[in-house]
Design a binder for this molecule. Sequence first.
Ligand SMILES: [Zn+2]
Ligand SMILES: [Zn+2]
Length: 320
Amino acid sequence: PTRGKQQTTDHPPIHPVDAPSKKLGTDQEKIYELICRRFFATLAKDAISETTEVWLDISGETFTVSGYRLIEANWKHLYPYFKEKRKQIPELVSGENIEVVKITLKKDMTKPPQRYTQGALIIKMEQLSLGTKSTRHEIISKLYSRKYVMGGTPIPTSTAIAVVDALINCDVVKPKMTAKLEADMNDIAEGKKTLQETVKESRQMLTKVMVELEPEKEKIKENINNAVKAQNTIGPCPKCGKSLMVRVSKKGKRFVGCTGYPDCKNTYSLPQQGGLTMTTKACDACNAPIVQVKLKGRRSWDLCINPECPKKKKKIEKTV
Ligand SMILES: [Zn+2]
Ligand SMILES: [Zn+2]
């Protein structure tokens, strides 16, 4: 077990202080168990294992295999969440002849990397020294609330892409700059740097960025405006063919309206609760646009915005 590479001074690691006095809920119990197990594991003895590397020569081609055998589990007994992929292999002696039982030819492709999950993003941020343990998840939820990303596995929206395009050449968006600021703040805390020094440096850096961005102001504004519009556009109006857009009424209620207004008065109501994501999909029953609705704590679902949709009628008939 390890106590981590870094000593955190701002937020001490989470640890159990007592046994729960009453029965915990399922999720709470799971988290409590995880924290306790983790805590005890840090105090346990190192695990002892044996690994074997084998090189096999089959008709002049070299094949390798690695084996793993756990001798003393120790901390792994307390914290059994790591899955060992390597298997235990039979004992072999160098130079031994073994029988080839089966040969299979496998064709595969190198797969592109998958999207970052929220968990993987937090690890990446840690590697780049962005944020602190207590702010990283907040940074990610801000990306959601400001509609820079959508979906369970975050996907950038057109607004996010426009903002990044506008700022890509500026130091402010480089992880290096944020990491430097974090390091500076640590240095201030430890008395290695003064507040004034750091503020002065940051000002100079930001001034430089502003000077660079100022002449581009109008262009950036236009690009971002267009991106926001694209993000709120949800396909063609079935009545007039112009684009449908998410709008907010005077009373603050969101709805879908036609960009052909006032000539076309076609509107659809939207659920007022939860996150909305526009899709490019159209309903297979009525051709009206589909939006994705996400309520807190629930899986997102596709919703046809047409209240007259034949699919919905079927559902109602069934439930009656
Ligand atoms: Zn219309
Ligand atoms: Zn429909």
